[in-house]
Design a protein around this ligand. Sequence first.
Ligand SMILES: [Zn+2]
Length: 340
Amino acid sequence: MTKQPLIAFPGDKRFAFSIFDDTDVSTLDYIRPIYELLDRLGFRTTKSVWPLPYSGPSDYQGSDTLADPEYASYARHLQERGFEIAFHGARMESSARAEIIEAFEVYKQILGHYPMAYAAHGYNRDNLYWGIDRFRFRLWRWLYGTVGDGRDYPGEGHRMGSPFYWADLAERHLRYVRSFTYDNLNLWNVTSAIPYRTVGTRGVRAFFPSSDADNVEEFIELLSPARQAQLEREGGLAIVSTHFGKGFLRDGCVHPDVVEVLTRLSRRPGWFPPVSTLLDYVADAQGGIALLKGHELFRLEGLWFWHGIYRRLKRRTYEKTEVPYTQRARERYSGRPDEA
Ligand SMILES: [Zn+2]
C-alpha cells in the first residue's frame, strides 16, 4: 500500500479531480455539448489538440485540428474560460521534427503560449518514451516485448538522430508528460510520487500517471458513485484519461449517465482544476518534483502490466455515435486541396 501524502487542497476541498481528454475522433460539434456541461458544473479540465491537419489515410480521419478556424477559436474560448489546452502530438499520424516545430508554433499562434502538458498518441513514431521505451527496467522491457501488445513501434521522439526526434523541444516547452495509466481512480493508491521524474529520460521534466477510461462506458464505470465516495473518503487525487470523442453524445446531447456521474461529482467537495494546475500545486506542496527510482519505479512500471490485465477484462464496447460527425468532417475536408 502506498503511503498517501497529506496535502490540503485549496479552498478546503477534500479531494482533487481532473480529466485529460485525448482528442482522437473529436469534432467541434461533438465535443461542444460536453465542454458546456463541464463548464456549467464547475469543472476546468484539460483538452488536448492536434495543431496540424493530416490528409492521408488514418483511423482518425475526420477529427478536427487547429487548422479548422472554428475549432481553433473554440479551443481559445475554452482556454479563456479556464480550461487547459494540451498537446497530443503534432497531428493524428507520425510527424518529423520540422512538422513538430511547426505544430508548436501553430499552437502558440492560436493560444498565445506553448502547451504545458503532452500525452503520446496511438502508434505515432514521434511519441516520447513509448512502446518498449516506456520502461526503465529490463525485466519490464522484456515482458512488454514478449506479451505486450506486440506492435513494434517504440516511439522515437527521444532518440537523438531519429527524424522524429523532439525531446529537446519537449524539455524547453513542456512541463508534464503523461506516462502510465491505471485502473484506480485515486492515483495516490498507485504511487505517492506525482508528478515524478526519472533518471535517463532526457527531455521530460516531469511525468504524471493517470486513470484510464477509453470511452464513454468505461468513463461511467470509473466514476461510479462508489468510486466517487471512495475518492472523497481517501482525500485522493484523480486524473482521468479519456476520449470525449468516443460515444459521449446520444441523439446530439451528452449521454444521460455521463450527466449523472458528473453532476454527482460536482456536488462533492472536490477541487476541479486543469491537469497542469493540479500537478503544479501538488509538486509545490511536496517541495518539488519527486525523483522516482529503484524499487518504487520498478513497482510502478510493473503495476501497469497488472492493471493492464485487469483492464483488458473490463474493456467496454460503446455505441459509436461519433461516426456521423467524423463522416461529415471527412466530406468537408475532402473538398479541400491536399495539405499533406
Ligand atoms: Zn490519441
